[in-house]
Design a protein around this ligand. Sequence first.
Ligand SMILES: NC(=O)c1ccc[n+]([C@@H]2O[C@H](COP(=O)([O-])OP(=O)(O)OC[C@H]3O[C@@H](n4cnc5c(N)ncnc54)[C@H](O)[C@@H]3O)[C@@H](O)[C@H]2O)c1
Length: 270
Amino acid sequence: MSDGGGEGELRGQVALVTGAAQGLGYGIAAELARRGASVVIADLQGEKAEHAARELGGAAVQVDVASSASVDRCFAALMAAHGRLDILVNSAGVGQTVAPVSELPDAEWERVLGVTLTGSFYCCRAVARIMERQESGCIVNIASVNGQNPAALVAAYNAAKAGVISLTRTLALELAAYGVRVNAVSPGPVYTDFNKTVMAQRCRSLGLTEEQMIERIRSAIPLGRWGEAADIANGVAFLCSPQAVWITGEVLRVSGGLEGVSAAPPKRPR
Ligand SMILES: NC(=O)c1ccc[n+]([C@@H]2O[C@H](COP(=O)([O-])OP(=O)(O)OC[C@H]3O[C@@H](n4cnc5c(N)ncnc54)[C@H](O)[C@@H]3O)[C@@H](O)[C@H]2O)c1
């Protein structure tokens, strides 16, 4: 997964990663574990989280980040078991069903904002209380290049990720006096379940095959390839590492140089 750098540097630290049953969250938890952290896999998919925890030698907890009661229960259980939390990574998030703003239903807006933005807020709030008391800790929120450069047809997702960046920077100011650092990583495209679902919808709307779409995205990435979960995990692990002790309120784009996708869709048939 990695070149072996940083091995053991997080030994003794407790790290909770939301959305870590699969995808980027799993890759991040694996890298933090490789660097020596005790990892807690927090996810809506309880069984899959248990499985991931067994693979990584960590613990699992089922949580719905869109529910403040579920989030508060999750962190109460974590504190009862470990007594401390050194690292929180908010990776749980959902994509949006592709649609123009003029056709975006209330329920879809609320679903995407509820998990992707409000879920990050609930977790940050619970953990801010813990880390203020400890006077130490590190939070990394997973944003997206879309949060900085919005793509057409996913307004709820773009707004959620822009909100995650704003939340990150606000919290970095509020927690600085407690020695707690708060940063964000904005990934570019990685071929996870999340991306496959959105890509399938975009392929249909553009009349492209999946292979054509994969190639179109690849060719837009300055470094010439799609990302891997390990690329994102290395960025997150760096922000959690001793090398990043003077970095807070930062948004680290890990995207092969891709700043965003700005294509404007044509008029829709009436
Ligand atoms: N894959 C990409 O190309 C890409 C690019 C930019 C940003 N991101 C962001 O990275 C993060 C992870 O995405 P991924 O690609 O790993 O997606 P994924 O769909 O593979 O994984 C998301 C995980 O979040 C969990 N989850 C969803 N809703 C939840 C909830 N309410 N409570 C708890 N857990 C919940 C899912 O069960 C799943 O395990 C997301 O925030 C996503 O927006 C992904």
